[in-house]
Structures are given as C-alpha cells and as structure tokens.
Ligand binder design. Structure first.
Ligand SMILES: O=P(O)(O)OC[C@H]1O[C@H](OP(=O)(O)OP(=O)(O)O)[C@H](O)[C@@H]1O
Ligand SMILES: O=C(O)c1cc(=O)[nH]c(=O)[nH]1
Length: 184
C-alpha cells in the first residue's frame, strides 16, 4: 500500500543529490532527483505503483510514458493492477524511433481510441511528458491524466493544467524542504 512518508524517506536516502546539474530542458540546477534509484528498488516501485493506482482515473484503459524514466513505473503499475483483477494495459513511448522493424514510437498493446494516463518520475518543465503526449495523440489515444512521482515545481504542472490535463504528483520538491525557483 502507498505510504507517503516511506516514499519521501527513500527519495531522500537514495535519489536526492546536491551539486551542479544540467537538466533535460537545458536548465541548470543545484540538486537532482535520480528517480531510478527508487523505481528500480523493490519497495520503492511498490510504493510508487500503489500511489499512482490510488490516483488513476477508473476510466483509463492504459498507462504509459517516455522511456526510460517511465519504463519501470509502467511495469510496476500493471503488476499492482493485476493484484486487483484489473485489465489495465501499458505502453512505452520511445524518445527516438528505432529506424527498423515497425519503426513505432508507441510500443505495447494500447489501441487508437483508448483513454490513457501519462506517467513520469520527475516533472520539471514538463517537456518530456508533452513530447510523449504528442506522440500518443498522433497514435490516436485520448490523454486524460498526467501522473508524476515528483513535481519540481518549475512550470510543468501549470503547462499540463493549461492544456486541460488532470495533473497530480505524489510528492513535490517542497516535501524535501527545497523552495522552487519562480516557475517559468
Ligand atoms: O519535465 P522535463 O523538463 O522534461 O524534465 C523531466 C524529465 O527528465 C528526466 O528524463 P531524462 O531526459 O533525464 O531521460 P531518462 O528518463 O531517459 O533518463 C525525467 O525522467 C523526465 O522525463
Ligand atoms: O529536469 C530534469 O531533467 C530532471 C530533474 C531531476 O531532478 N531528475 C530527473 O531525472 N530529471
């Protein structure tokens, strides 16, 4: 079951690093959350998966997100959903096309017309999830929700909400006593 304090403790112990970092958006930061230290940890993935399932709209047919951050999360949610007799589906969105085989950006049993939720480990500007959303919409799915483990509170949440997506995060950077910069 989901336990916010336990998830926070795991992030603080394993994933939160201080230093000079360049982020996916090109922004500079004095801290970094290495989400995979938690999503590739048995208890961490279980907490995240149950937390996301608690927030998942019951009308959602499939969950997916941008590789590779979303990959373990999608698998964890499906495994937790199976324990509840759910027939939820998953998908992965490639950052780059493979250039061979089916050449698809969206992998998995999801079908055009399905209602989907995008999952993320960390949202900063939201750019990575927005690219995943664009690719899933081009494929023909209806994106209803965006769920993230942590919101760094640097603009992503506002972008999702302005575009009409229901955005929720399990944690924000304020849970770690860090004050976000002015969201751009
Ligand atoms: O909200 P944004 O400004 O887009 O930043 C957050 C993104 O950055 C990280 O991915 P990264 O690009 O490091 O790739 P990875 O998951 O493949 O490691 C993270 O997993 C998010 O996808
Ligand atoms: O913005 C990012 O690229 C980013 C920030 C962060 O704290 N963790 C992460 O995986 N990506």
């Amino acid at each position: 079951m989901y336990n916010k304090q336990e998830l926070m403790d795991l992030f603080r112990e394993r994933a939160l690093k201080f230093g000079d970092f360049t982020l996916a958006s090109g922004k500079k930061a004095s801290y970094y959350l290495d989400g995979k230290q938690v999503t590739l940890h048995a208890r961490g993935l279980s907490l995240v998966s149950h937390g996301f399932l608690d927030h998942l709209d019951p009308n959602i047919d499939a969950v997916g997100g941008m590789s590779i951050g979303a990959d373990p999360i999608v698998a964890g949610i499906l495994s937790a959903a199976a324990d509840k007799q759910s027939d939820l589906l998953g998908f992965l969105v490639r950052k780059e096309s493979k250039g061979h085989g089916t050449n698809k950006f969206v992998e998995g049993p999801v079908q055009p017309g399905m209602k989907v939720a995008i999952v993320e480990d960390v949202v900063t500007t939201g750019g990575s999830s927005l690219l995943a959303i664009e690719r899933v919409q081009e494929f023909g799915c209806e994106v209803k929700q965006v769920l993230s483990i942590i919101d760094r509170m640097e603009g992503g949440a506002n972008r999702f909400r302005e575009l009409g997506f229901d955005f929720q995060s399990l944690l924000t950077i304020e849970d770690f006593g860090i004050t976000p910069p002015e969201a751009s």
